[in-house]
Design a protein around this ligand. Structure first.
Ligand code: MN
Length: 141
């Protein structure tokens, strides 16, 4: 099992994320705040096993660079996609989705998020246990 105790993290974990937008425990380290060089911000996110963010969307998309562990990325109405170390996920603008760890593994990814006048993210409802565990049973067959 890939846990926080045995993984080699590249960046410090940072601060706990808001319980308003995450189910379970996750950590955010803002590596590059938005500055005058561009519209993007870069952060490192560590999800403990079972943790995922709420459904949400980005007005100008987002890129995930998976650096450790195992987890899932799901767009509304589509099957969840397994994501592991070395994967790159390009998230289109205005698409409802969530990302997070598998139930038996932590997940670490770098996020590159474009900021707009509408902000960088619009948070929606939590991913329920029913939604989260339904496909995990399927995917572990
Ligand atoms: Mn996202």
């Amino acid at each position: 099992m890939n846990t926080l105790e045995n993984q080699n993290t590249i960046f410090p974990k940072g601060d706990k994320t808001s319980a308003d937008y995450f189910t379970g425990t996750a950590w955010l380290n803002i590596l590059v705040p938005q500055d005058e060089t561009g519209n993007y911000a870069i952060g490192n996110v560590v999800f403990e096993p079972g943790c995922r963010n709420n459904w949400h969307k980005h007005p100008a998309g987002q890129i995930l660079l998976i650096t450790d562990g195992k987890g899932y990325y799901q767009e509304r109405g589509k099957p969840a996609r397994l994501i592991t170390k070395g994967d790159v996920v390009v998230i289109p603008s205005h698409i409802d989705h969530w990302h997070g760890a598998a139930h038996d593994s932590s997940l670490t990814h770098i996020v590159i998020t474009n900021n707009t006048k509408q902000g960088a993210v619009e948070w929606l409802e939590p991913v329920t246990d029913k939604e989260y565990f339904s496909f995990q049973k399927e995917s572990s067959k």
